[in-house]
Design a protein around this ligand. Structure first.
Ligand code: ADP
Ligand code: MG
Length: 697
C-alpha cells in the first residue's frame, strides 16, 4: 500500500463500495482517505448501563448481550428488525428499519458485545436504532477516542457506515510507517515540539488521548501553513532573481520641486515611511510588486502621486488605474489641481472618453509626451501602448481580477513596477497568507487633526430626529449623504426604494433652501460626473446614492453619512461608506438606520461599527462572521482551501510557519541542504502546479 493505492484495495472496501465512495465523496486513493479527517470523536471509554439511559439522547456505548432477534412487520410490505440488548441492569430495544439479510446474519447473538449508538427514550421504553456492534474481544483497545467521519445518507443506506470508514482508516494507519515519510526538518520538529508526521496522522484518526489529538492537530495545521508559506516564499525569491525591472536611480527635479513647492500639507510619518519603502524598491533593477494598505482617508493618493513623480524623474511614464469611472474622474481632478503649476502632463482615459481625445491620448502615450495617465479598465485595452511605462498603480485592488493586472505587466517590455493600493483592511492572518508574494507597506496613521467619526445606530421611529439632525448640520454649512442598499438580486426593488427615498428626502428638504442630487450605477457616465461635480462644488447639500460612492469618493465638506437599511450591508462595505465622511476638519457623523428587527449577525455588525473606527478591528470581526473565503470575494475563495488550518483561529501557527520558512530560505534559498531535501521533494510532489494561490501577484 502507498498513497496512490486505489481505495478498493483497502480492507473492507472492495470494488463495489469503492465505486460508491468515489462517486459520492470523491475519495479515490489512500491519500484521499488519509486526509479525510474525522469531523469529531466519540469517547467510547465510558460505558453506560441500560438503567442510566432514561433521559439520554446522545451517543453512548454499552456492554452486554443481544437476544431475541426477530423481524416484525409494521406496514404493508415492510418489516423491521428488532432485538433486545441486556446488561445486568436492564433491557434496551435495538431497531433496524432498513436491513439486509447480510446485516441480520452479522448480528452476534448471546455473546458479549459492545454496542454504540444514539439512545432514545420514548414512553419509558429506551431504544437504539441502527447501533454499531462489536464483539467485545475485537475492540481496538489502545484507542479511546473514536473518529466519526462525515458521511452521506446514500452511503449509510448501502451499509457503508462510520464503522466501514473506521476500519478502512485503521488498515491504512497501521501500514502508515512503511509509506509516509517525514517532510519537515528534524531540528524544526524538535524546536517547535511538533509530532512526527506518522504519529500525527495516526493520532488524528485514532487518538490515543486528548493530548495527542491536540498535538496532532497542531502539527497538521503547521504543516499546511508551512508548505503554503514555502510556496510563496519560493515564488518571492524566484521573483526577485528573475523579474527584471527598470531601476529608478534618481530622485530629481519633478519630485523635489513638487515636494518643496506644491505639496499642500506635511506628509504623515507613515506616508514618509511608505514612500521610502517604495523608493528603495524602485531603485533596484528588480520589478517592484508592492501592496499599499491604508485605511480610508489615510492619504494613499499622495503617495501614489509622489511615486509617479519618481518614475518621471527617471524618464518613465506612469498610470493610475481606478475601479470606477467616478473614482478615476476624481483622481484626475485631484491630480490636475495639484499639478496645475507644473509642466507635468496628465490625462484621463475611461470608457466614455470621446474618440478624438482618445486618439490624442494614444499618440501621446506612444510618443512619450504624456507623463501620467489616469483611467479605468480602458487603460488595459491593447490599443493603449506606452513609450516607456515604468510604474503602474492600481487603486482599490480588490475590485480588479488577476488577469487584468497581468495585462498591465505586459505594457512594457521590461514590466513596470507595480503598486497596488487598498483601503480594505484585511486581517493579519489573511494578509500573511493572501499577500505572501507581495511586499506590504502599511499607512497606519491618519493625517493630523482628523476627528474620529461618531457613529450611531437609529431605527425607523427615530427618522424624524435623524432628518432634523441633518438639517442642523446643513445649517452649519455641511453636506450629507444618504445611501441606499443596492444588491443585485433584488435590483428593481432596490431602485424603487432608492427612488422613493429620493422623493421623500426632496419633500423633507425642499427647494429653494435645499438641493438634492441622486447618483446611481445606471446613470450615464456624464450624468454621474455632473451629479458628482454638483455635489462636490457644494451646490447640492444632499446626495442620495447607492454604493457607487463606496470607494474613494472624496468630498471633504460632507460630514454626515446616513446609511439606509444598513443591516443589509457587509461590514467592510459599511466601513468604506463611512470613510466618505470624516475627510475634512469638521466633526463627522455616520448614522446607521435599520429596521426594528435585526438578525444576530446584523446586530453584531452594527454594534461593531458603532464601537470602532479601526478598519483592522472591523476586518477581524468581519472574518469571524463571514469566514475568510468571502472576504476576498468569491473569485479568490480558493485561497482558503485549507484542510485543517483556520485563518480566523490559527494566527499564531501561521506566524510561526511563516517565520520558519523565512529563516530556511534565508540560509538555503534553493533547498539544497541535506536536511531540506525531504521537504523540497514533498513540496514539489504535493504543491507544484496545485498552488491555487499563486494566481495572485
Ligand atoms: P485614501 O487613502 O482613502 O485614498 P486620500 O488619498 O483620498 O485617502 O486622502 C484623503 C484626504 O486626506 C484627501 O483630502 C487628502 O488630500 C488628505 N490628505 C492626505 N494626506 C494628508 C496629510 N499628510 N495631511 C493632511 N491631509 C492629507
Ligand atoms: Mg483612495
Amino acid at each position: 500500500m502507498d498513497l496512490n493505492t486505489p481505495i478498493e484495495y483497502i480492507k473492507g472496501i472492495g470494488p463495489e463500495r469503492a465505486k460508491l465512495i468515489k462517486s459520492t465523496l470523491d475519495l479515490h486513493k489512500v491519500e484521499d482517505f488519509l486526509s479525510y479527517y474525522p469531523i469529531r470523536y466519540i469517547d467510547k471509554s465510558k460505558f453506560y448501563k441500560v438503567s442510566e439511559l432514561t433521559e439520554v439522547t446522545h451517543e453512548v456505548s454499552l456492554k452486554g448481550k443481544i437476544t431475541d432477534l426477530q423481524e416484525i412487520p409494521y406496514a404493508k410490505g415492510k418489516t423491521r428488525l428488532v432485538a433486545k440488548f441486556r446488561d445486568e441492569t436492564g433491557t434496551l430495544e435495538l431497531v433496524w428499519f432498513q436491513f439486509s439479510k447480510w446485516l441480520k446474519d452479522q448480528i452476534p447473538i448471546n455473546i458479549p458485545v459492545v454496542i454504540f449508538g444514539k439512545a432514545q427514550s420514548f414512553n419509558h421504553l429506551v431504544s437504539m436504532s441502527h447501533p454499531e456492534i462489536q464483539k467485545e474481544e475485537k475492540q481496538m483497545n489502545t484507542e479511546v477516542l473514536f473518529p466519526v467521519y462525515s458521511n452521506s445518507e446514500k452511503l449509510t443506506k448501502r451499509g457503508i457506515n462510520n464503522r466501514v470508514f473506521q476500519q478502512a482508516l485503521f488498515d491504512i494507519i497501521s501500514k502508515l510507517p512503511s509509506f509516509i515519510h517525514e517532510n519537515l526538518p528534524a531540528n524544526l520538529l524538535k524546536s517547535l515540539k511538533l509530532l512526527s508526521r506518522v504519529e500525527s496522522l495516526q493520532n488524528i484518526h485514532f487518538p490515543k488521548n486528548e493530548r495527542l489529538l491536540k498535538a496532532s492537530d497542531r502539527r497538521l495545521k503547521f504543516e499546511e501553513a508551512f508548505f503554503f508559506q514555502l510556496g510563496y516564499g519560493l515564488k518571492k525569491k524566484h521573483h526577485k532573481t528573475n523579474n527584471v525591472g527598470n531601476p529608478f536611480p534618481i530622485v530629481g527635479d519633478y519630485f523635489n520641486d513638487f515636494y518643496k513647492n506644491h505639496l499642500p500639507f506635511e506628509l504623515t510619518n507613515a506616508q514618509k515611511r511608505v514612500l521610502k519603502e517604495i523608493r528603495n524598491d524602485m531603485k533596484l533593477p528588480i520589478q517592484m510588486n508592492r501592496l499599499l494598505q491604508g485605511d480610508v482617508g489615510s492619504g494613499k493618493t499622495m503617495v501614489a502621486l509622489l511615486s509617479m513623480l519618481m518614475a518621471l524623474d527617471n524618464n518613465f511614464q506612469s498610470c493610475l488605474m481606478a475601479p470606477t469611472e467616478i473614482l478615476a474622474q476624481q483622481h484626475y481632478n485631484g491630480l490636475s489641481e495639484l499639478l496645475q503649476d507644473t509642466p507635468i502632463t496628465l490625462k484621463l482615459l475611461t470608457g466614455s472618453t470621446k474618440t478624438k481625445e482618445r486618439r490624442l491620448i494614444h499618440s501621446m502615450l506612444e510618443d512619450g509626451s504624456l507623463n501620467i495617465i489616469v483611467g479605468t479598465h480602458a487603460l488595459l485595452e491593447d490599443k493603449v501602448k506606452f513609450k516607456n511605462l515604468g510604474l503602474a498603480i492600481i487603486d482599490e485592488q480588490h475590485r480588479f481580477g488577476v488577469a487584468q493586472r497581468a495585462k498591465l505587466w505586459a505594457k512594457n517590455h521590461i514590466p513596470p513596477h507595480i503598486l497596488v493600493m487598498t483601503a480594505t483592511p484585511i486581517p493579519r492572518t489573511l494578509a500573511m497568507s493572501f499577500y505572501s508574494d507581495l511586499e506590504v507597506s502599511v499607512i497606519d496613521e491618519l493625517p493630523m487633526g482628523r476627528k474620529p467619526i461618531i457613529t450611531a445606530h437609529r431605527k425607523e421611529k427615530d427618522r424624524g430626529f435623524v432628518y432634523h439632525f441633518a438639517k442642523d448640520e446643513i445649517a452649519k454649512g455641511r453636506q450629507v449623504y444618504f445611501v441606499y442598499p443596492l444588491i443585485e438580486e433584488s435590483e428593481s426593488l432596490d431602485y424603487k426604494n432608492l427612488n422613493e427615498g429620493f422623493d421623500k428626502i426632496k419633500d423633507y428638504f425642499p427647494l429653494p433652501d435645499y438641493d438634492v442630487v441622486m447618483l446611481h450605477g445606471k446613470m450615464k457616465p456624464e450624468e454621474k460626473d455632473a451629479a458628482m461635480q454638483y455635489f462636490a462644488s457644494g451646490k447640492a447639500q444632499i446626495m442620495v446614492a447607492t454604493t457607487v460612492i463606496e470607494v474613494g469618493v472624496n468630498v471633504p465638506n460632507a460630514s454626515v453619512m446616513i446609511i439606509e437599511s444598513s443591516e443589509r450591508f457587509g461590514l467592510s462595505q459599511l466601513h468604506q461608506l463611512r470613510g466618505r465622511v470624516g475627510r475634512g476638519a469638521e466633526q463627522s457623523y455616520c448614522i446607521l438606520m435599520t429596521s426594528d428587527k435585526l438578525t444576530q449577525q446584523g446586530r453584531t455588525r452594527i454594534k461593531t461599527m458603532v464601537a470602532t473606527n479601526d478598519g483592522f478591528k472591523i476586518s477581524e470581526v468581519d472574518m469571524e462572521l463571514r469566514g475568510p473565503g468571502d472576504i476576498m470575494g468569491t473569485q479568490q475563495s480558493g485561497i482558503v482551501d485549507f484542510k485543517r488550518l483556520d485563518l480566523v483561529q490559527d494566527g499564531n501557527i501561521i506566524k510561526a510557519a511563516k517565520d520558519c520558512v523565512e529563516k530556511i530560505l534565508e540560509i538555503d534559498p534553493f533547498l539544497q541542504y541535506p536536511e531540506h531535501i525531504a521537504m523540497r521533494n514533498y513540496y514539489s510532489q504535493q504543491y507544484k502546479g496545485k498552488n491555487k494561490w499563486s494566481k495572485i501577484s
